[in-house]
Design a protein around this ligand. Structure first.
Ligand code: ADP
Length: 189
């Protein structure tokens, strides 16, 4: 049986969201995107949205406490009990440790971390194009550069974290959506 407790890791613009959506359709488990949940909170004008907004617009990370709380609540819901595809969480070692603790409480473990690797110039070009198409408020050049820096400094160490735990699969994220999807399938088997 294929793994159903998955995490997609990669720099902004690596295609995590696109590939996560394909995986959830195939596996029948929910996609859990902290970025989408935080954007919904900002749009709804909740207290948490107000707290998160400035960090998100500048491309900095929202505080670990807030994001861990959001992820814990979502993972506790019924539809996530048989599996999930995490997209955008964890992004720091503190968050990764919190995720392990959350899963341990229900006696389960993360089965696979798929790290999508893409050259930095390629992702910056993709994000600038997405800015034109979708107009996301954090897809401005300054914010994109900040997000890349934050990724390198705070999120990339998670590759070693999951490699040490024997669950890391590294996949080349360059090329077409189908091509990358096939590589990910390979990484899951
Ligand atoms: P991208 O991967 O393109 O940067 P996301 O939608 O995953 O986009 O995240 C958008 C923003 O939301 C991030 O730049 C950050 O401010 C915030 N965010 C999302 N997930 C997290 C997280 N796990 N920890 C801290 N901040 C987060």
């Amino acid at each position: 049986m294929s793994a159903t407790r998955l995490l997609l890791l990669g720099p902004p613009g690596a295609g995590k969201g696109t590939q996560a959506a394909r995986l959830v359709a195939r596996l029948g488990v929910p996609q859990i995107s902290t970025g989408d949940m935080l954007r919904a909170a900002v749009a709804a004008g909740t207290e948490m949205g107000r707290q998160a907004r400035a960090a998100m617009e500048s491309g900095e990370l929202v505080s670990d406490d807030v994001v861990i709380g959001v992820a814990r609540e979502r993972l506790a819901q019924k539809d996530a009990q048989e599996g999930f595809v995490l997209d955008g969480f964890p992004r720091t070692v503190v968050q990764a440790e919190a995720l392990d603790a959350i899963l341990e409480q229900t006696g389960v473990k993360l089965e696979r971390c798929v790290a999508i690797t893409v050259d930095e110039e390629v992702v910056v070009a993709r994000l600038l194009r997405r800015a034109e198409i979708e107009g996301r408020t954090d897809d401005k050049e300054d914010s994109i550069r900040t997000r890349m820096c934050v990724y390198r400094e705070q999120t990339e160490p998670l590759l070693a974290y999951y490699r040490e735990r024997g669950v890391l699969a590294e996949v080349n994220g360059e090329g077409g959506i189908e091509e990358v999807a096939l590589r990910i399938e390979g990484g899951l088997s």
